[in-house]
Design a protein around this ligand. Structure first.
Ligand code: ADP
Length: 190
């Protein structure tokens, strides 16, 4: 199964992706985690993206698409994957389409976690306080920037996938277990 989890920062994509990994035996491809790992390891990519991440801006479409394309070729992705944090722009969605076609693969579904944007800031601030590993981008300025970037650049993907009849929406305001149950119901239909 190949899925995209779509939703703003704080919508619960990481939490739900982690659960799907356990229940469906597919891997989670979180571009945010990959980039943070590159920053921590001080790789060439890491050094290049460090400041962009801290500011809450997006890294370039080309860079992130080539990272994802390489990662999908890894053996552990053969049974499927959940994209968490990618695509984030229309250009990335087009590129994903193209690269999957070249690999002779197709997406099964795009699951949108719908949340009340007003409470997102609160959720992410709580995560920042409670998280053992502080993220350099969990500060108020960066959070606001990430929410703005989402609404400008990523939210058009809702329409993009809806027009292709691939979008399935769940109510992300419910409890973790309830959201998980809704996602399972949806996935049993694809
Ligand atoms: P959030 O919790 O804000 O959803 P992520 O962990 O998904 O954050 O991503 C953290 C940061 O990594 C983003 O703010 C951005 O700088 C970078 N990033 C992650 N995925 C992408 C992507 N698909 N395109 C561009 N930049 C990305």
């Amino acid at each position: 199964m190949r899925l995209i989890l779509l939703g703003p920062p704080g919508a619960g994509k990481g939490t739900q992706a982690g659960r799907l990994v356990a229940t469906h035996g597919i891997v989670q491809l979180s571009t945010g985690d990959m980039l943070r790992a590159a920053v921590a390891a001080e790789t060439e990519v890491g050094l290049k993206v460090k400041d962009v991440l801290t500011r809450g801006e997006l890294v370039s479409d080309d860079l992130i698409c080539s990272i994802i394309s390489d990662r999908i070729d890894d053996h552990d992705c053969a049974k499927g994957f959940i994209l968490d944090g990618f695509p984030r722009t229309i250009a990335q969605a087009d590129a994903l389409d193209e690269l999957l076609e070249k690999k002779d693969q197709r997406l099964d579904a795009v699951v949108q976690l719908k949340v009340d944007e007003g409470i997102l800031l609160e959720r992410i601030e709580t995560r920042a306080r409670e998280s053992a590993q502080a993220r350099s981008d969990d500060n108020a300025d960066s959070l606001k920037k990430r929410l703005a970037v989402y609404s400008e650049q990523t939210s058009p993907l809702v329409d993009y996938y809806s027009k292709r009849n691939m979008l399935m929406s769940v109510d992300g305001m419910k409890s973790v277990d309830e959201v998980a149950a809704e996602i399972d119901t949806i996935l049993s239909t694809v």
